[in-house]
Design a protein around this ligand. Sequence first.
Ligand SMILES: Nc1ncnc2c1ncn2[C@@H]1O[C@H](COP(=O)(O)OP(=O)(O)O)[C@@H](O)[C@H]1O
Ligand SMILES: [Mg+2]
Length: 371
Amino acid sequence: MVSITIKNLTKKYGKVTAVKDLNLQIKDKEFFVFLGPSGCGKTTTLFAVAGLIKVDTGEIWIGDDLVTSAEKGIFRPPQERGISMVFQDYAIYPHMNVYENIAFPLRIMKMNNLEIAQAVKKTAKLLGIAQFLDRKPRQLSGGQRQRVALGRAIVRTPKIFLMDEPLANLDAKLRVQTRTDLKRLQMNLGVTTICVTHDQVEAMVMADRIMVQRDGVVEQVGTPNELYNSPANQFVAGFVGSPEMNFIESNLIKQDKTLRLNAKGFTVCLPGEMRSKLEGHVGGEVIMGIRPDDLHENPCAVGAEPENVFRMMLELIEPVGPQLILHVKVGDVPLVAAVKDTKTRVGEGIPIEIDPKKVHVFDKKTGKSLI
Ligand SMILES: Nc1ncnc2c1ncn2[C@@H]1O[C@H](COP(=O)(O)OP(=O)(O)O)[C@@H](O)[C@H]1O
Ligand SMILES: [Mg+2]
C-alpha cells in the first residue's frame, strides 16, 4: 500500500507563499495529477513529496512512513523515499547509450549484470524502444529520448512515480500519443503516480483524480468528471473544458414561483431541483455559467422549453473537426456554442436553447458554486 498523505503543508520562498496549508490524500496505485497555471505551486508540492525541498510547516507521509515533518524536524532524503522522478527537461546522459542510461539506477544499486540486462530489456520493450538500446541520445527523436527518461525512472519499479510536466518538450502530435502511452504504462505498472501539468486536457485524459491549484491554494480535488460537471468555483469551471465555459453576469430573481437568472437581454428559468440551494441567494448578483456543449441548436428536436430558447445572432463559425464552434450574440451578450452541424449562416439569426439543467451559478464576489 503506497498512499501519500500531505497535511498542512506550507512552503514559502521569501515573501512568496508557493504552497499554502495544503491537505491531500493520494490513494494506492492512483494516477494523480496536479493541475494549474504556471506559478501556482505544482512543482513545489511535487518537490516536497520527492524530498527535494524542505517545507515551512506540515507533514508528508508515504504509506506508513513519515518522510517530512517540519514540526518534528524529520526529513528523509529522496533516495530513502522509494521515488523515481522524470523532470521536464528529462536530463539523460548524452555520452551513454540507451541501454546504459536505463541501466544507470541499477548500477548504482550494484545489481549484477544478468539482472540488469533482464530489467533493461523488459523496460525497453514495455516502452517500445528495444531496438534503440545501442544508440546515443543524440541519435534519437525527442519522443524516444523522453521514453529513455521514463525507462530510467521505472526500471527499478519505484514505490512512487513522480513526473513534472513530462510531455512539455514534445511536439503537439507526440504529446497526444505519449499521454495515452503514459496512462497505459501507469495502469500496467500499478505504481502510485503524481504527474504535474498546466494542460487541462492532458490532466483530464490521464488522471484518476486531479488537484487544481491556484496561487498556492487548492481550488478543488476530484475526478475529471467531477471537475467538469460539478466545478466548485468559477476558476475551476473556466480552467477545465474547451472551449471555455460561458460566464454571464446575472441577477437571481424569483418570479411566478420560479427562480430565474436575469442577464442583459435574456432570462433563463431554472429547474425546480435547484431551488433549495439557490433560494437564499434570491436578489443577489451571480455569474451564470454554461458550457458551449450545453447550448443546443434545433431546440425543438431536444424538447426544449420555449422560455429557454433564444434567438441569437450568428457572428462567426470555427470548424474544429467533429464540432463547429459558433460565436453568437444574444442581446449584447457574446456566447460560444459547440454544435455538430448547422445550416444557419453567419449574419443570420439562430434559435438556441440554454439547457437549464446544465446551468452553473457562481457567487459573483467569491466565485464559489452555489449549486
Ligand atoms: N527556488 C525558488 N525561489 C524563489 N521562488 C520560487 C522558487 N521556486 C518557485 N518559486 C516561486 O514559487 C511559486 C510556485 O512555483 P512552482 O511551484 O514552480 O509553480 P508551478 O510548478 O505551478 O509553475 C512561484 O511564484 C515561483 O516563482
Ligand atoms: Mg512547475
